[in-house]
Design a protein around this ligand. Structure first.
Ligand SMILES: [Fe+2]
Length: 238
């Protein structure tokens, strides 16, 4: 199975500040790459909008996603799940709770919803029960790890119950976790699972400075290729 992941698109509304003029073009480059790369599934792992909950930004994304591209839309902390559901519906959101799983060949794919900057109790239970079933991959907007504990995102925007979520993952059959939110890329051994953080096409944040500091970047698409229980992942810059 060949999965592509993009995240933290932060699509601006019409008339947004000039320093976000590059964002829509970068998202179009990402989508064009995926559409041309025999994708089995595109996962858009949250933070679709620049203005929180913007329906016009979501509408723009819908118009720019080819119908033929199987896509799962997840909410991030800047999204309104009700707006995503209204615009993308069951075809791309799967269900209104935005947490679900499916099996394909030897692996299970689990998706959870951290819109509230936390993984709620009912989803911790869902994660524990689904993750006990068989070898699994997890998609979650926020990293369940601080990544770099002295960085701006870790200090200001962590998943509130990241330690508790990480413990549930360690006790499960989840081998790899795919996320965004930190606006940078990283692949980290978290002692029990591999964490893969994917960058944003909008702006990149230095993970190692306490002050908010942006960095030069190119838009990237994470590729996740699975065969049996084997997994390969890397970011392709487009
Ligand atoms: Fe986020």
């Amino acid at each position: 199975m060949k999965i592509h992941q993009i995240t933290d698109l932060h699509i601006p509304e019409d008339g947004a500040a000039a320093n976000f003029a590059h964002v829509k073009g970068n998202v179009q480059r990402q989508i064009a790459f995926v559409a041309d790369d025999d994708s089995d599934l595109l996962v858009i792992s949250g933070d679709l909008t620049m203005t929180d909950g913007s329906s016009s930004a979501c509408q723009w994304l819908k118009e720019n996603l080819p119908d033929s591209l199987k896509t799962i839309i997840m909410p991030g902390n800047h999204d309104d799940p009700a707006v995503l559901w209204e615009i993308f519906g069951a075809q791309r959101c799967v269900n209104e709770s935005f947490h679900f799983s499916f099996e394909h060949d030897d692996l299970q794919y689990i998706f959870v919803n951290t819109t509230t900057d936390s993984l709620p109790e009912n989803q911790l239970e869902f994660l524990a029960s689904e993750g006990a079933k068989k070898p699994s991959l997890l998609f979650i907007h926020h990293p369940p790890d601080l990544v770099s504990k002295d960085g701006f995102m870790a200090l200001n925007q962590p998943l509130i119950n990241h330690a508790e979520v990480a413990e549930v993952i360690r006790a499960s059959q989840i081998s790899d976790v795919f996320c965004g939110h930190y606006h940078n890329s990283a692949d980290i051994d978290c002692g029990g699972f591999q964490l893969h953080v994917t960058s944003s096409p909008a702006f990149q944040i230095d993970l190692n400075t306490a002050a908010f500091t942006t960095q030069p970047f190119e838009p990237g698409v994470r590729m996740i290729e699975t065969e049996g229980l084997k997994l390969r992942t890397r970011i392709v810059y487009v």
